[in-house]
Design a protein around this ligand. Structure first.
Ligand SMILES: N[C@@H](CCC(=O)N[C@@H](CS)C(=O)NCC(=O)O)C(=O)O
Length: 197
């Protein structure tokens, strides 16, 4: 039994989505980032965290990959060339989507007001558009980043595309629009979307 820590409107959704995909049993504690409750579990105050057999795991991508490895689903095996390619996509999505969206989020609402630079949003919009255009060929004629099989970086990318949309950034590439639609139509995704804290 897993325990997921974190409010739904955060990267916690990635962990819940993976758990729904693999059909593992879990409980939820929808604690907010930086709350005392979260700090008692993860001293950085960040969410999500996953408690497994009394051990606290942190970082959504690390947790999602752990679940994939442990349940041997949505991942290639470690030590294979396919796994190296899969991990390359994961890191690329984190560099080119997650970190940029987080930059926009910090300057939009997270940093102390006197540290926010509103113009960052324009730079982020341009950078996201460039990164989407660069990624589109990697999805041309494929259902998922690794071809016919959904793996961890697909889950992270689909979440980032949702995040971009909800933050008001355009999904500029038709290939990425179709891809996001395909992933959003999955039953496990829909179940996480219906979740409330
Ligand atoms: N790379 C980490 C980032 C975790 C993170 O920054 N989470 C946000 C919510 S989505 C948070 O807890 N922010 C609070 C803070 O930065 O103090 C992950 O993927 O889990």
């Amino acid at each position: 039994m897993y325990e997921v820590i974190g409010a739904i409107r955060s990267r916690t959704r990635r962990v819940l989505w993976m758990l729904e995909e693999i059909g593992a049993a879990y409980t939820r504690n929808a604690a907010s980032a930086r709350s005392d409750e979260v700090r008692a579990i993860n001293p950085t105050g960040k969410i999500p965290a996953l408690i497994v057999e009394g051990t606290v795991l942190t970082d959504s991508t690390a947790i999602v990959q752990f679940l994939a490895d442990r349940h041997a689903k949505f991942t290639f095996e470690t030590g294979t060339l396919e796994r190296a390619q899969q991990d390359g996509f994961t890191q690329r999505i984190l560099d080119e989507f997650d970190s940029i969206l987080w930059m926009a989020g910090r300057h939009d609402h997270y940093l102390p007001e006197d540290e926010r630079i509103p113009e960052v949003r324009n730079t982020v919009a341009k950078e996201l558009a460039r990164n989407m255009a660069a990624l589109a060929p990697d999805l041309d004629g494929k259902d998922f980043l690794m071809g016919g099989v959904m793996t961890v970086p697909d889950l992270i990318l689909a979440h980032c595309l949702d995040w971009a949309k909800s933050a008001g950034f355009e999904i500029s590439e038709p290939i990425l629009q179709d891809y996001a639609k395909r992933l959003r139509s999955r039953d496990a995704y829909r179940r996480t979307l219906a979740m409330r804290d």
